[in-house]
Design a protein around this ligand. Structure first.
Ligand SMILES: NC(=O)c1ccc[n+]([C@@H]2O[C@H](COP(=O)([O-])OP(=O)(O)OC[C@H]3O[C@@H](n4cnc5c(N)ncnc54)[C@H](OP(=O)(O)O)[C@@H]3O)[C@@H](O)[C@H]2O)c1
Length: 223
């Protein structure tokens, strides 16, 4: 059985989650510009889940640790989708603050997988090729790693995969009061569009909350 799973994404008024940028350059749709009240809310969402999942590009671009702020309780398990085990073994997410699961496919080179294991990563093998097979991974996160509630923080490619396979119980969006522009910027469900070939996923609004100039929205999939 899969964990209860939700997406959490901060979006600019023009629907972007990050501009095109170089690795290490800060994402304006993040703590640099987002106010403290919203960052507190983000931290409390992290504190309320057993696991946080991201895609490889989040690690390559931001080198995030995905932990709670210093001294604020038990850190959730971190999960990285990294089909071919390309994450550098020096990535900060492999630090000892919390367990880290790296989900790879059976095409991941064993030498690179071993290097991650040596840094303490727990490996789950699911599927083949670059993209991890998500439904069996989700079952395994619950069964073997005790993840009953999972928050997926990004990026756009991962959200698209999750949405395409109906794996979200809820979508949480934080609408931020600024515009970043850029046709090359990343959107919450990047890559191929759901139109015109596939069916377009629809959602019902379950909650909306204004926090200063920000809006926190929760949507649930329509039956
Ligand atoms: N505003 C926000 O709330 C927010 C939150 C988080 C992240 N972000 C931003 O989002 C950006 C990263 O997004 P992104 O779309 O470039 O990449 P991403 O979603 O972080 O990572 C996608 C990569 O993960 C790997 N992957 C393995 N299995 C996968 C699967 N089943 N489905 C999807 N991906 C899978 C693939 O790596 P390979 O193809 O290389 O093997 C894929 O290209 C960063 O700039 C980050 O700052 C914004």
């Amino acid at each position: 059985m899969k964990p209860f799973t939700f997406m959490l994404v901060a979006v600019s008024l023009d629907g972007k989650i990050s501009p095109k940028r170089r690795p290490g350059q800060p994402n304006p749709v993040g703590p640099v510009y987002i106010n403290e009240e919203i960052m507190d809310l983000h931290n409390s969402q992290r504190a309320g889940v057993d696991g946080i999942m991201v895609g490889l590009n989040c690690i390559l671009m931001d080198d995030s640790r995905l932990t709670l702020r210093e001294g604020e309780g038990r850190n959730p398990t971190r999960v990285v989708l990294d089909g071919l085990a390309e994450m550098p073994p020096t990535a900060r997410i492999l630090g000892s603050e919390a367990p880290t699961v790296v989900a790879v496919t059976r095409d991941a080179p064993p030498r690179r997988v071993r290097a991650l294991e040596e840094r303490g990563a727990r490996i789950i093998v699911s599927g083949k090729g670059r993209f991890v097979d998500l439904p069996p991974l989700m079952d395994e996160l619950n069964r073997a790693h005790g993840i009953k509630k999972l928050m997926v923080e990004g990026g756009g490619t991962v959200h698209r995969s999750m949405i395409a396979q109906d794996l979200y119980d809820e979508l949480h969006l934080i609408i931020c009061p600024f515009v970043i522009g850029g046709s090359g910027s990343i959107t919450p469900a990047g890559r191929a569009s759901f139109w015109p070939k596939g069916r377009i996923p629809f959602y019902s609004l379950a909650q909306n909350r204004q926090i200063g100039d920000y809006i926190y929205l929760v949507y649930k999939p329509k039956e």
